[in-house]
Write a protein that binds this ligand. Structure first.
Ligand SMILES: *[C@@H]1O[C@H](CO)[C@@H](O)[C@H](O)[C@H]1NC(C)=O
Ligand SMILES: *[C@@H]1O[C@H](CO)[C@@H](O)[C@H](O)[C@H]1NC(C)=O
Ligand SMILES: *[C@@H]1O[C@H](CO)[C@@H](O)[C@H](O)[C@H]1NC(C)=O
Ligand SMILES: *[C@@H]1O[C@H](CO)[C@@H](O)[C@H](O)[C@H]1NC(C)=O
Ligand SMILES: *[C@@H]1O[C@H](CO)[C@@H](O)[C@H](O)[C@H]1NC(C)=O
Ligand SMILES: *[C@@H]1O[C@H](CO)[C@@H](O)[C@H](O)[C@H]1NC(C)=O
Ligand SMILES: *[C@@H]1O[C@H](CO)[C@@H](O)[C@H](O)[C@H]1NC(C)=O
Ligand SMILES: *[C@@H]1O[C@H](CO)[C@@H](O)[C@H](O)[C@H]1NC(C)=O
Length: 904
């Protein structure tokens, strides 16, 4: 017995263990129905879900993204964020309602999945226990299902970009009223343009802790606090909307706020002292509005503030009184305001500061190592474009390692700050537009050599050879333009590659390179073709010579901007340019290029800016230019030897704003339907060209130079050709035109009256043509006209008197038209008009009759005239008064005659 008794204990133990094991085995496994539901869901996704190996296991509670209840084993959470592989809409996805088998689900996350052409499934509204729903960045189509009203237990709803902006139609938000448990609501990106009361059902106000309506196209917001009763709100983000009203005052009463974002929302007004009540704030963003006034001192109460973004407003005043008190700050962005005063040294107390941006203000005084010495965590420093003088002790050893250094326009120089040598992780360094005047120190190319991607030294007086970079350079963006660099492009690399066998650096990272406005010589080396990533190449205003490498077109397939203007280059445009399918700006003016336009340019359908002026190109304008290059906005062929007719197809260039065909050998007539240049036929004051284009526009007799990013004015220039025929009256439809030059052709006929409809015209040159008739009175209404030249035509009659034409009083602008009269060429018109009218009458058959009448008249006044002839003083007095009464009598006589002839 004792043995059996002894035996019993381990047996019992075994049994216990077995049952326990059995129990745990059964309870640890997920419910079969739920497992099947999940598999059905995956099948419905048609293979677009990423591979999740764990989903092959038996127990679905162990599957990636699936969380079960610890005891009931029901699936309670489904976290399928970023689970869809990019299917690009090729595959039909269906979110299977089988998921409804997950009856205990309280957390559903489908965020960051790009669903293609799939609406938000209505059945989601039937998950009765759902507390957390995240559909952000999933780009469903359609609207929010009304069934969502049933999600009464929902505490957090994130619909940020849940709907595709292109394919959404959001109705009202009535379903929201039912979600009375909601605390966190993010409906960013739902376009609610008609929603006048954006503030959602007021029953939600009290309980909400987060309200995020970023980019909802909202246009109105209550200003009065009586409609608003947020008492627990911690996060309020209503940025990126179009409120266009004053900052709402009720915001400053929500003392629970920790995160407030009112940026990009078209708010104006001032920041009130009341902001001091928001003592819990850690994040404040009022950037990119129209806020003005000073920054109130009460801001010093926000002692927890870590991030302060006020950039892009019109804030004034100084930093002195407040900034050093906000000691928790890690990020300050006050750029693009009109702040003045100095940068206080107290900024050094902000020991946690990582990012300091004060660019584009009116700050004065000096900044030196004293300001920055304690900022051990500083990574971003942007002081560009103030009136600051930034200078450092050459021996200073900074306590920080910067990532972004923007010190443009800071009067730095003549040396490059020596402390930069010690910075090992700079990503972007901008010292442009300073006073650096040394030759580049050799250490500069090694500054942060393993991290530097952008180096910008434009607009200094740096001398000597170009810096020599190693193949390992990570540079993406190199701008050394507008300096005094000498030597050749070869100098960018240490060996003379053209004569050695050394492997050439591929420099394949480089995207943007600008070496314009230097003193570089030599040819464009073939190794440029190895910079295969290049999209922006500016070598203009140097003394480069030779031809454009043939390989350039074949290799630099991503090239968008090519500017080689103002060099001594020659040869043809390589036919390989037909491979530059992305080319948008091709600027080759002021060189010695020749030959015809290669037909392969037809491929460059993105061209918007083409300047070939001041070269020796020849041949016709091929008709395909109008057909293929329909994006052209600026098209300049001036000062070449192009010939032939101007093809009608040019009128297809509807985007054209500057057309310069001047000083070639074009013949034939002007294109008739000029109104087809629709961009010129609509009013826009000016247009901006995105990047660096060197452009010389001849206006008002002189040249206007647009060296960099610039506003260009619309202009049409056909001058200096052999064009014949009349000026088409259609020209009056180009109401957006600022400059019109048709001079030095053989245009005939009248100046069309319709020119007066181009009300913005500033410069008009019709000189050296065969234009006849009178100057239309309508020209007198051109209020912006500041230059006119009508000289050397056959114009006649009185120069119209009008506000503008008379102030343009230089008579040389009318000379060479012997029959023009009136100010500014002569004081009166009587003699001239008489001669003209008499001449006109000579065409009529009754001329003899009139002569008889005139003779009679003359006889009648002979006595009077005789006296005039002999009495000198009387004669002078008479001719002085000629404008007044003699004119009138003569005119009356002529009228009579005209009436007589009319009755015939
Ligand atoms: C995807 O699933 C649907 C049914 O949901 C089916 O009609 C379709 O053929 C499947 N395959 C693709 C590639 O879309
Ligand atoms: C869910 O919503 C639909 C539509 O709004 C409604 O017809 C249905 O009765 C609701 N179901 C429950 C259980 O509330
Ligand atoms: C605001 O809400 C609180 C409770 O959430 C309530 O006591 C108070 O009366 C409300 N005030 C207004 C003006 O609605
Ligand atoms: C908002 O705060 C101001 C003072 O900052 C106070 O005068 C006003 O009564 C408050 N309004 C509400 C609705 O609490
Ligand atoms: C700086 O940040 C640290 C945490 O990174 C924090 O403990 C400390 O209090 C901060 N200093 C100030 C002055 O806010
Ligand atoms: C930097 O720290 C030192 C030592 O803590 C202090 O004496 C000095 O005033 C600080 N400088 C600035 C600009 O705050
Ligand atoms: C381009 O680079 C490759 C590899 O570095 C080199 O072999 C080739 O000669 C280079 N070509 C030119 C035109 O520099
Ligand atoms: C024009 O582009 C196509 C590719 O879109 C290319 O195959 C063709 O060779 C190009 N034509 C010329 C003349 O370069």
């Amino acid at each position: 017995m004792s043995i059996s008794g002894n035996m019993k204990t381990p047996l019992l133990l075994l049994l216990l263990l077995f049952t326990l094991g059995f129990l745990t085995k059964t309870t640890s496994s997920c419910l079969a129905a739920e497992r099947d539901a999940l598999l059905e869901f995956r099948a419905g996704m048609n293979g677009t879900l990423k591979r999740m190996p764990s989903w092959e296991e038996e127990d679905c509670c162990n599957w990636e993204g699936v969380v079960c209840h610890p005891t009931t084993r029901h699936v309670v959470k489904l976290k399928l964020s970023e689970c869809i592989q990019d299917s690009k809409g090729q595959v039909h996805q269906m979110i299977n309602s089988s998921l409804l088998a997950l009856t205990e689900l309280n957390h559903l996350d489908l965020s960051y999945n790009h669903f293609y052409n799939v609406p938000i499934p209505k059945f989601i509204g039937s998950f009765k226990k759902l507390k957390y729903l995240n559909l952000s960045n999933s780009f469903f189509i359609g609207g929010i299902p009304l069934e969502f009203r049933n999600l009464t237990h929902l505490r957090s709803l994130d619909l940020d970009n849940a709907l595709d902006p292109e394919q959404q139609h959001v109705g009202d938000l009535d379903w929201l009223t039912h979600l009375s448990s909601l605390k966190h609501l993010d409906i960013s990106g739902l376009l609610l343009p008609s929603l006048t009361d954006w503030l959602l059902p007021s029953n939600l106000h009290g309980s909400l802790t987060a309200l995020i309506t970023r980019g909802c196209n909202l246009i109105s917001i209550p200003v009065s606090p009586s409609n608003v009763n947020f008492t627990s709100l911690e996060i309020l983000d209503i940025s990126d909307n179009h409120f266009h009203t004053t900052l709402p005052q009720w915001v400053w009463n929500i003392t629970s706020l920790t995160h407030l974002d009112l940026g990009f929302a078209e708010f104006y007004g001032t920041i009130p002292e009341a902001i001091g009540a928001l003592t819990s704030l850690t994040y404040l963003d009022l950037s990119n509005n129209y806020i003005e006034g000073t920054i109130p001192r009460a801001i010093t109460h926000l002692l927890r503030l870590e991030s302060l973004s006020l950039q892009g407003n019109q804030l004034s005043g100084s930093l002195g009184s407040w900034i050093e008190h906000l000691t928790s700050l890690t990020l300050i962005d006050l750029g693009h305001n009109i702040l003045n005063g100095s940068v206080p040294t107290g900024i050094g107390k902000l020991s946690n500061l990582t990012s300091l941006s004060l660019c584009y203000n009116q700050l004065q005084g000096s900044v030196s190592e004293i300001h920055l010495e304690n900022l051990t965590r500083l990574e971003v420093l942007d002081l560009s474009y103030n009136y600051l003088k930034v200078s450092f002790d050459p021996n200073w050893v900074p306590v920080f390692q910067l990532v972004l250094v923007q010190l443009s326009g800071c009067e730095i120089g003549p040396q490059i700050p020596r402390w930069l040598q010690l910075q090992t992780r700079i990503d972007a360094l901008d010292l442009s537009n300073n006073k650096i005047a040394e030759t580049l120190p050799s250490w500069l190319v090694n500054v942060s050599s393993s991290t530097l991607t952008s180096l910008h030294l434009s607009g200094n007086q740096i001398k000597g050879k170009l810096p020599t970079f190693s193949d390992a350079s990570r540079l993406i963006n190199l701008r050394l333009d507008t300096n005094q660099f000498e030597g050749q492009l070869d100098d960018l690399f240490s060996c003379n590659y053209s004569s050695t066998e050394v492997q050439l650096p591929s420099w394949s990272n480089i995207l943007e390179l600008s070496l314009s406005n230097n003193k570089l010589e030599g040819v464009i080396p073939l190794f440029v073709c190895n910079w295969t990533g290049l999209d922006f190449l500016h070598l203009s205003n140097n003394s480069l010579t030779g031809e454009i490498p043939y390989c350039l077109g074949e290799s630099l397939k991503g090239l968008v901007t090519l500017n080689l203007a103002n060099n001594i280059l020659f040869g043809k445009i390589p036919t390989t340019f037909g491979s530059l399918l992305l080319l948008a700006q091709l600027v080759l003016n002021n060189n010695g290029f020749s030959g015809q336009l290669p037909s392969s340019l037809q491929n460059c359908t993105y061209l918007s800016y083409l300047d070939l002026s001041h070269n020796a190109f020849s041949g016709n304008i091929p008709p395909w230019m109008g057909e293929s290059l329909q994006g052209l906005q600026v098209f300049r062929l001036g000062y070449n030897i192009f010939s032939g007719d101007i093809p009608q197809q040019l009128l297809l260039l509807e985007e054209l704003k500057i057309l310069d065909l001047s000083n070639n050998n074009f013949s034939g007539s002007l294109p008739y339907y000029l109104g087809n240049f629709t961009a010129m036929a609509s009013i826009s004051r000016s247009f901006e060209f995105t990047e660096y284009v060197d452009l010389v526009i001849p206006t008002k007799g002189g040249n206007l130079h647009y060296p960099y990013k610039s506003d260009l004015t619309t202009s049409l220039d056909f001058s200096g050709n052999n064009l014949t025929g009349e000026i088409p009256p259609e020209i009056g439809r180009l109401i957006g035109l600022h400059n019109l030059n048709l001079s030095r052709n053989h245009l005939s006929g009248k100046i069309p009256q319709e020119l007066g409809e181009i009300t913005l015209l500033e410069s008009l040159d019709l000189s050296f043509n065969d234009l006849s008739g009178t100057i239309p009175n309508s020209l007198a209404d051109l209020n912006f006209l500041s230059y006119i030249n009508l000289s050397y035509n056959n114009l006649m009659g009185r120069i119209p008197s009008g506000s503008q034409l008379q102030t343009l009083s230089d008579p040389s602008r009318y000379m060479g038209n012997p029959r023009l009269c009136g100010p500014p060429v002569s004081s009166g018109c009587s003699v001239m008009e008489t001669v003209d009218k008499v001449q006109k009458m000579r065409n009529f058959e009754w001329i003899w009759l009139s002569i008889a009448v005139v003779l009679g008249f003359l006889l009648g006044i002979w006595t009077f005239c005789g006296i005039l002839l002999f009495k000198r003083e009387w004669r002078y007095a008479y001719f002085r008064g000629i404008d007044s009464w003699y004119d009138r009598i003569l005119l009356q006589l002529l009228f009579c005659l005209a009436r007589l002839s009319g009755q015939d």
